[in-house]
Write a protein that binds this ligand. Sequence first.
Ligand code: V47
Ligand code: SF4
Length: 387
Amino acid sequence: MNRIFEAQIISMISTALLNDESLAPELKVIGQKVVDGKRITADEGVLLFEKADTGFLGALANHVREKKNGHNTYFNRNFHIEPTNVCVFSCKFCSYSRTLKNREEGWELTENQIMDIVKSFDGKPVTEVHIVGGVHPKMDLHYFMDVLRKIKAHRPDLHIKGFTAVELDYMFRKAKVSVQQGMEMIHEAGLQSLPGGGAEIFDETIREQICADKCSSDEWLNIHETAHRLGMHSNATILYGHIETYRHRIEHMERLRDLQDKTGGFNTFIPLKFRNQGNEMSNISEVNVVEDLRNYAVSRIFLDNFNHIKAYWPMIGRTTAQLSQAFGVDDLDGTIDDTTKIYSMAGAEDQNPSLSTEDLVQLIRESGRKPVERDTLYNVVNDFELV
Ligand code: V47
Ligand code: SF4
């Protein structure tokens, strides 16, 4: 379909949507704003969660998605390294971490073991390594700077995305350096982007109940802002579907939207659905798939200055990942190659997350979208329609 025809169809659908007699007037106002490319307010975001029906949310989110990314659905070829699951913190939702006392179920990779993982991908066309793990008291800033240098020396073309703001905050404090100094040091050693983890929910009253001892929301945002000012990019997440309210979700996104206005450094927003197996919040039921899709849709509509919304397929499963592409999602993360345990230990659909590139391409095509392989910064690596 050519672009002009496509734009006309989108506009016809939007008009039909907004002329629906049964649509509440306040939703019509929001819908018109979105179709006109205008920003919605926090109160309007909450109203969407509370009052809009799922079809309306999907249509609006899809409108924004197609305006920004057309039919493309992005993915990358990556692998994860999780250096340790030993962690000084005790987030109640975490099924993954082990304390120092409880080390027998934990793992602590040596530099050589980390390099063996990197080398096992020699000759394979991966573009990114994602390094994230528990906050280990002995794996400090200097240890990781060494590891980063070694990875870069071995494979300079591999983009290193690593360490949540929580891990960095701890490393910088332990090394007694400021956030600015620490970020400059680790960037110089080879770190290129930050993943989005550790954000959880920014509201401090919720943080106090689910992850009281790790870095605050101000500290998380400051670390990302500092990285952006050094020219690095980063992702942002939200952990949703536990004890938070819709307003908490919107306020979380509003703080991200404000920072994105200032720096433009976020690549993508990744909603992470709370999974309840094997953690201290197992008494809380998981939200259903409709809520997942509604949450993707409101995120897409509200975060007008984020180019991408990512669904993390190992966590939500392949079927929801397919559906999510009609609710604002335009990115399905990577092939991953069975290298992460964070979600399998929390009860995710996919216990051994790995999809070949062909499987991922097929999954995207079956959803009626165009697979596009990207690198970490969304440069196109392979446009599958041209192959
Ligand atoms: O911050 C931990 C989440 C995050 C559970 O940037 C849980 O490309 C659900 O941020 N249920 C770490 N979620 C992982 C992360 C991530 C993942 C994939 C891609 C990117 C990226 C980032 O995992 C933590 C926390 O929010 N998490 N436990 C759980 N039970
Ligand atoms: Fe540690 Fe991260 Fe688990 Fe919290 S979520 S306990 S910081 S590994």
